[in-house]
Design a protein around this ligand. Structure first.
Ligand SMILES: [Zn+2]
Length: 192
């Protein structure tokens, strides 16, 4: 299996069709140029090029939230893709060429997220990283039912599932947090 731009576009369309009910008013027309071609959003690249990009962004940005010193080799090993923490219209998704399909879905969900959630909540809240990944992984698995998901996301995902099952949070609520940038309720952070 290899990641391709054609496949990325297919998943972009699937995500949009399942979740556009939750997007802010006018979101699709506003971003229709970007959404028309996966190359406007994704950079699918070989290990050497990916290593250069993830190393730069990890040291500039992600390290603060992850809280670990990781070598370039470790980053390439554990991370199939990432989303640059820029404004929505300038975000790019860097993905390794051997990334699984689920990674394309997961990273595209980060692309769609409101800046209040990513990067602001992610970088400023103590539980920013787990909550962001839990919400992202929840929507990933709503759209994509493959079995290739990274197991280190499981516990974040199941926190969300538990919250929904116990009616502590609703899908509408977490979608508003993710896509409209509404404040993250304590009912959500309390799950983590
Ligand atoms: Zn993620």
């Amino acid at each position: 299996m290899a990641a391709t731009y054609a496949k990325a576009k297919e998943y972009m369309d699937k995500v949009v069709s399942r979740l556009q009910q939750y997007f802010p008013e006018g979101f699709i027309p506003l971003h229709s140029d970007k959404l028309s071609d996966a190359r406007n959003v994704f950079v699918i690249e070989n290990q050497t090029a990916f290593k250069m990009h993830i190393s730069k962004w990890y040291n500039q940005f992600f390290k603060i939230s992850v809280g670990e010193e990781l070598s370039d080799e470790e980053l390439v090993e554990i991370c199939p893709g990432f989303t640059t923490p820029k404004g929505l219209n300038k975000r790019m998704l860097y993905v390794q060429e051997d990334a699984e399909d689920g990674t394309l879905v997961h990273e595209f969900l980060h692309w769609l997220q409101h800046p209040n959630f990513y990067p602001t909540f992610y970088i400023t809240h103590a539980k920013g990283s787990p909550v962001l990944e839990g919400v992202t992984e929840y929507f990933t698995r709503q759209v994509y039912s493959g079995v290739d998901r990274l197991h280190h996301y499981d516990r974040y995902y199941f926190n969300i599932v538990r919250g929904l099952a116990g009616q502590l949070i609703t899908e509408q609520q977490i979608a508003a947090v993710a896509f409209k940038g509404t404040p993250v309720p304590s009912a959500l952070t309390d799950l983590f």
